[in-house]
Design a protein around this ligand. Structure first.
Ligand code: PSU
Ligand code: MN
Length: 301
């Protein structure tokens, strides 16, 4: 059913640490060539920490677990790769298309492949203006039902963060902060909102994951890792850029799956690429933590 990279397959069979990565961030979340560079640096960071990276995408209708660097390059360049969330998977498989997997679709695939730890930048969530649009990312539903732990830098303020937390609470998803009590807001370390629990070490995360799995408490865990202070963005600058991007989105009538890619692109353009640099740094920071947790989890299993 999958095309599993032999190195990834062997690592899983031998209970060695594997860390999954998504591909929407490559094809629809960042411009070329920074998208490819970021994906490759994240993979290298995971290797340097002693784990095996597995970037997920769909090539010619086949879900691929562990893309090659050449395939990652293609995901960064090609214009015909669709943004694939859970609902898109069967169609993309049947039509033999190429798909860049969102957090939701990546979780669905890596859950089937038996990979526990998945690292990304930011997750989707409840969008601002949800009262009118009902736009809630499928990522949140997926977190409620699929047994995968997601490491991210919180969620962007393009989203309605309080409602995103409420939704996760309703769905039974633990939201944990790495060495913080506060939910990080992607470009900045602070959101003014609380996570459910603060956790101070990779080992403790591994213990929590093991308890959830051993006790058959189905569903994901959300680990939020604040961007390192030196890479944080000025709050006023980023808030202004987000407000402008949201206004433009309304004016242009952009809806549905185009929403997130549009906002990411505009915020980066408006900040003259500064937000993109922060984005790259936080992905690498998440890759480090993800690899540490994957290692600790293998030691417990
Ligand atoms: N947030 C980011 N960067 C991203 C995404 C979200 O800061 O690249 C991508 C992820 O792949 C996420 C998807 O799963 O956007 C969410 O899209 P939507 O809101 O349409 O569910
Ligand atoms: Mn949406």
């Amino acid at each position: 059913m999958f095309r599993i990279n032999p190195e990834v397959k062997k690592a899983l069979e031998e209970n060695r640490p594997v860390v999954a990565l998504e591909s929407t961030i490559i094809s629809h979340g960042m411009p070329y060539p920074k998208n490819v560079q970021t994906a490759l640096i994240a993979e290298q960071t995971i290797r340097d920490m002693g784990a095996i990276p597995a970037t997920i995408g769909i090539i010619n209708g086949d879900p691929v677990v562990g893309m090659t660097p050449e395939e990652i390059e293609e995901f960064g360049k090609r214009k015909d790769i669709v943004k694939a969330s859970r609902r898109d998977l069967p169609i993309i498989y049947a039509k033999k298309m190429w798909g860049a997997t969102t957090v939701a679709a990546t979780m669905a695939i890596v859950g089937q492949a038996g990979i526990e730890i998945f690292v990304t930048g930011g997750i989707g969530g409840v969008h601002r203006g949800v009262e009118k649009t009902m736009d809630v990312s499928a990522d949140l539903q997926e977190l409620s039902k699929t047994n995968v732990t997601v490491v991210c830098a919180g969620a962007k303020a393009i989203l309605d963060l309080p409602r995103t937390l409420e939704y996760l609470e309703t769905m039974g998803v633990p939201v944990l902060g790495y060495q913080t009590n506060e939910l990080p807001a992607f470009y900045s370390r602070k959101s003014g909102l609380k996570v459910d629990y603060r956790v101070d070490s990779a080992k403790e995360f591994a213990q929590i994951i093991k308890e959830k799995r051993d006790n058959h408490l189905e569903g994901g865990i959300l680990i939020t890792n604040p961007i390192p202070q030196e890479f944080e963005m000025d709050k006023e600058v980023i808030d202004k850029a987000i407000d402008q991007a949201l206004r433009e989105m309304d004016e242009l009538g952009i809806k549905g799956k185009e929403t997130t890619p549009f906002l990411l692109r505009r915020v980066s353009e408006i900040t003259g690429g500064d937000s993109l640099e922060s984005n790259i740094k936080l992905v690498v920071n998440n890759a480090k933590l993800g690899a540490q947790i994957a290692k600790e989890y293998c030691n417990l299993k």
